[in-house]
Design a protein around this ligand. Structure first.
Ligand SMILES: *Cc1c(COP(=O)(O)O)cnc(C)c1O
Ligand SMILES: [Zn+2]
Length: 433
């Protein structure tokens, strides 16, 4: 049962679309919301928890036949997959940040370093606000519009606030974003530049999330992207899975390593792979999904290793602040998927995270944030402990940009030497050695 939905009512008051409900086609090929726990089906709307069992709701579709060629003819952003998302067919016409279709890089230098033969990095740090959150927010924005929301909002560990604030600015919808007050300064500025209403809450992310749920229940017309429009928001992460498959030449990889905060992204990459198989867009084959956490916030890794089904919440204490969700809403589904596919959930220390950031930078020229450092370090550890097969094709997802978490590595990297502006001083400094 999802912690994010237990203590508020199942329905919400975003919609002012009146008795008529959302307009025809507002959610594309989506046909309803389905409960992940009991399978109960309800109509599309601003709902996120099952009215019967309070389980989380997920978007259900009836897809028409869709071809690779139709997708390939689409724009070079997530809307090339619009037929697979809960968005209207004219989604490109509404101003949005147009995220996605980021690079999938063959990472041979990094692969050599880790002993992995066939390694790729999906680099989502190049999205409009430099994290994968632009994908989910673009889908949430569409839902907020269709449900006639007056305010676009979120509780955030940082990157989500950046993405919501930017998307709201571009769409002309007022935004209010809530963050823990101890958040990295660059992430605060990256929100504040887009919105006047950045609210720093004295507490950790789980406190911020609780407050957001309260506001969502009390205030009319607020679309909290990851609370009351969460089912639509979460679908945006599927585009990572679609892109990986398309960029590999319409093929699934053997292994994928994905960072876990709430666990939403990991579950949706799996959903994307399953949909592509069902639609006949890729060949059916086994794949393993691995989750990456920081030791300072490891509730899912702990449950995985303990062989238990329940997630025991933790108080986060890690430099990987974008992953610092102590009570992850989709944690139990991450356990299901990693176990079903033969993957694992692994964790690494803050020092290993820092080393992961530097390793990716020095092998592939990609500056990742602490979440990516976590993914890299976990990938390394999974090879070392034999859980990840280094002879199989592997994709590691880099979800965010290192410029947002400079402090994490600023103490470890820097000037090789400070010298007088003379050739002699340069030679003496030993740089040529
Ligand atoms: C939010 C976030 C994640 C994890 O997302 P979930 O879907 O909540 O698991 C990973 N990496 C970065 C950089 C993020 O901002
Ligand atoms: Zn239910």
């Amino acid at each position: 049962m999802s912690a994010a939905v237990t203590d508020t009512q199942a329905t919400d008051n975003v919609s002012s679309a009146g008795e008529s409900g959302p307009r025809e086609g507002a959610f594309g090929n989506a046909v309803g919301l389905a409960c992940r726990e009991c399978g109960n089906r309800i109509a599309l709307g601003p709902f996120y928890a099952c009215p019967d069992c309070f389980g989380p709701l997920e978007v259900a579709y009836e897809f028409p036949a869709i071809t690779r060629e139709e997708i390939e003819a689409g724009p070079r952003n997530i809307w090339r997959y619009k037929a697979l998302l809960p968005v209207p067919s004219d989604i490109e016409a509404s101003p949005n940040t147009e995220p996605g279709f980021t690079r999938l890089l063959k990472a041979d230098n990094l692969g050599r370093e880790l002993g992995i033969d066939n390694l790729w990095v999906k680099d989502d740090s190049t999205n409009p606000t430099n994290s994968f959150k632009d994908r989910v927010v673009a889908c949430a924005l569409s839902a907020a519009r269709e449900l006639d929301a007056k305010v676009f909002a979120c509780p955030s560990t940082g990157n989500l606030a950046n993405a919501v604030a930017a998307a709201g600015a571009r769409a002309g919808i007022p935004t209010v974003v809530f963050i823990p007050s101890n958040l990295e300064q660059p992430k605060q500025v990256n929100s504040a530049v887009f919105t006047e209403k950045l609210v720093a809450v004295d507490g950790n992310y789980d406190d911020v999330n609780k407050l957001a749920q309260e506001i969502a229940a009390e205030e009319e017309g607020w679309a909290f992207v990851n609370v009351n429009v969460r089912p639509y928001y979460a679908e945006g992460s599927k585009t990572l899975g679609y892109e990986i498959a398309e960029q590999l030449g319409w093929r699934l990889p053997d292994q994928v390593v994905i960072p876990v905060a709430s666990g939403s992204q990991l579950t949706k990459v799996d959903k994307a792979f399953q949909e592509l198989i069902k639609l006949g867009l890729v060949e059916d084959k086994p794949y393993k999904i691995f989750g990456a956490q920081a030791t300072g916030c490891n509730p899912v890794s702990t449950a995985f290793k303990g062989g238990v089904d329940a997630i025991r919440p933790v108080k986060p204490d890690t430099i990987a602040k974008s992953l610092a969700i102590g009570n992850p809403a989709d944690g139990i589904y991450v356990l299901d998927i990693t176990r079903r596919t033969g993957g694992a959930v692994e964790e690494v220390t803050d020092d290993e995270i820092r080393a992961g950031i530097v390793l990716l930078a020095r092998t592939e020229g990609i500056f990742t944030e602490t979440a990516g450092g976590t993914t890299l370090a976990v990938t390394k550890k999974l090879v070392e402990n034999g859980l990840l097969d280094p002879s199989l094709e592997t994709v590691a997802i880099n979800t965010g940009h290192g410029l947002k978490t400079l402090d994490a590595v600023s103490g470890q990297v820097g000037a090789a030497a400070t010298i007088a502006p003379s050739y002699d001083a340069f030679v003496e400094a030993g740089i040529l050695a």
